[in-house]
Design a protein around this ligand. Structure first.
Ligand SMILES: Cc1cc2nc3c(=O)[nH]c(=O)nc-3n(C[C@H](O)[C@H](O)[C@H](O)COP(=O)(O)OP(=O)(O)OC[C@H]3O[C@@H](n4cnc5c(N)ncnc54)[C@H](O)[C@@H]3O)c2cc1C
Length: 494
């Protein structure tokens, strides 16, 4: 049995672990944290569970091949049936409601009802959603792989790609914000601006809504914790080992080959290493040897990080009467983390099982944008805690205007900043996705190292823009390279 070390027990590390163990490798995962999951995580505070990662799972639909991958790695089981919240968001503005429905016909009807003056922009959006509805992430095998379960993208999948090819370049070039600027109605702009981070191109936005419309992107019960715990159990049942609180400080390269890792000053030998620490960070910190220069320069130039501030509130009130996803337009711009926000997007977990004590509700607010430098600065000047409290206070006082039950009922406050993600997961600038900018290149970094043998990468940055589907698929691909290099017939399932 060849010995494999995987750095990190996030979704990509666990995916690689399951496939490698299933293919006969002796696998150890070193994880710096005390639980599996990495960025895909939730945490408990005084009886409240805060979902801190997954908001939707691409590949939750059983119609997609990606769903098979989630099942192969044991992420989706009987214990986490998928739930599709619909409407996904409801904008509440001065007694009026505007729903972001998943179904494109229903969405079109709703937007036209709300803002007939925007007929042209609404039709264009809904036509784009219809066009991209059939396009899904293609999962394929690496070239020249020996496998018992070959995967070939179907002719229909390729045809669907061909259909969108004429619209694609335009949407890649256009910014998300420019696309939204065609709507005259402010509320529609507020609602649609909350789908993803505003620095992306229009394609990323349309593609996300199209995935919703196709019946994908649900939320598995139990959220991030159950999903990743399922994967960890699958891995351990296959004989894999996870060593927690073990941070890898170096990948040892001898004679052009990865020969092991250094953990807590101890050298642990192995025949191969898969690195799932954020690639943008790992290439700068884990190696003494020079990696492929061209790729280093591509990574350094093209990785623009998506980050967020995350405000979690434990509220001593039952907020069941409010929708599960709410957008509140703000009368006055909210300044937080050096950024400006014109709306708040709220997740209300009142109806989710085991998320809060009886009669109480856990509420989260995600504020996307590049705030890393701001938080780094306030950390240095000693006002970090104070600024976090200020952010929570500002969010609470805005929420009180729309949800009066919150007044004097917030009993738990927890704020995460990019520094939190950096500390817990070693991610570059505390980030969890790569922004695909208007006109920017979609970069796919090499999963098999170009300059060091027996070294592979998976997870963030390997395929743009990242997220859970990329994590699980890149872990699978890394093991396919490992199998090909070791002349092992790749098996994806039992
Ligand atoms: C607030 C938020 C919301 C999100 N919502 C969604 C969503 O709705 N849908 C979606 O698809 N994606 C979402 N994501 C993104 C998704 O969670 C991540 O893209 C994905 O989990 C990344 O997985 P990964 O395995 O590549 O990386 P990570 O999760 O970063 O895993 C890397 C692991 O390696 C460990 N590690 C790092 N360095 C070392 C080291 N040197 N030694 C030992 N261990 C190490 C880390 O502790 C971590 O556990 C969200 C993320 C956040 C933060």
């Amino acid at each position: 049995m060849k010995k494999l070390i995987i750095v990190g027990a996030g979704v990509s590390g666990l995916s690689a672990g399951v496939y490698a163990a299933r293919n006969g490798f002796d696998v150890t995962i070193f994880e710096k944290h005390i639980i599996p999951g990495g960025l895909s995580t939730s945490w408990k505070r005084k009886g409240y569970l805060f979902e801190g990662g997954m908001h939707w799972l691409t590949g939750s639909s059983e119609k997609l091949f990606l769903n098979k991958v989630w099942r192969e790695v044991g992420a989706l089981k009987e214990n986490n049936p998928v739930f599709y919240r619909d409407p996904f968001y409801v904008l509440k503005s001065g007694g009026k409601e505007l729903c972001l429905y998943r179904d494109v016909d229903r969405l079109e009807e709703e937007l036209l009802r709300y803002a007939p003056e925007d007929k042209r922009a609404i039709r264009r959006l809904c036509d784009d959603i219809r066009l991209f509805k059939g396009v899904h992430m293609i999962v394929d095998d690496i070239p020249f792989l020996k496998t018992k379960n070959p995967v070939h993208p179907g002719i229909f999948e390729l045809l669907r790609m061909a259909i969108v090819i004429f619209r694609l370049p335009f949407l890649v070039q256009q910014s998300y914000i420019d696309y939204l600027s065609k709507f005259k109605n402010k509320d529609i702009r507020h609602l649609l601006a909350t789908v993803i981070g505003t620095r992306y191109n229009a394609l990323s936005f349309v593609y996300t809504l199209a995935s919703f419309a196709s019946g994908d992107c649900g939320y598995p019960a139990g959220g991030s914790l159950r999903l990743t715990r399922n994967m960890a159990d699958t891995f351990e049942n296959l004989g894999g080992k996870i060593e927690y609180r073990r941070e890898v400080s170096k990948i040892v390269v001898e004679g052009g080959k990865a020969s092991g890792v250094v953990v807590n000053d101890e050298f642990v030998p192995s025949d191969a290493v898969i690195v799932t620490e954020d690639m943008r960070k790992a290439v700068e910190t884990l190696f003494d040897v020079q990696l492929n220069r061209r790729w280093l320069s591509v990574l350094r130039r093209h990785v623009i990080t998506e980050q967020n501030m995350f405000v979690c509130l434990g509220v001593k009130a039952d907020l069941r009467k409010y929708p599960r996803g709410i957008v509140f337009p703000l009368e006055k711009t909210l300044c937080a983390g050096g950024l400006e926000f014109n709306e708040l997007r709220i997740n209300n977990y009142a109806e989710y099982e085991n998320h809060s004590p009886e009669g109480c509700t856990s509420v989260t607010c995600l504020l996307l944008g590049n705030s890393y430098a701001y938080w780094k600065q306030v950390k240095e000047d000693g006002t970090y805690k104070q600024k976090k409290q200020q952010l929570a206070d500002d969010v609470i006082s805005e929420l009180e205007k729309h949800m009066p039950e919150i007044k004097d009922a917030v009993e738990v406050i927890d704020v995460a900043t990019p520094l939190t993600y950096e500390r817990y997961c070693n991610t570059y600038e505390g980030s969890w996705m790569t922004v695909w900018r208007p006109g920017g290149r979609a970069i796919n970094a090499p999963i098999k190292s170009l300059s060091v043998k027996n070294l592979y990468f998976a997870g963030q940055r390997t395929i743009m823009p990242g997220g859970l589907p990329i994590a699980v698929v890149s872990g699978r691909k890394a093991v396919q390279y490992l199998c090909r290099d070791n002349n092992v017939m790749f098996r994806s399932a039992e």
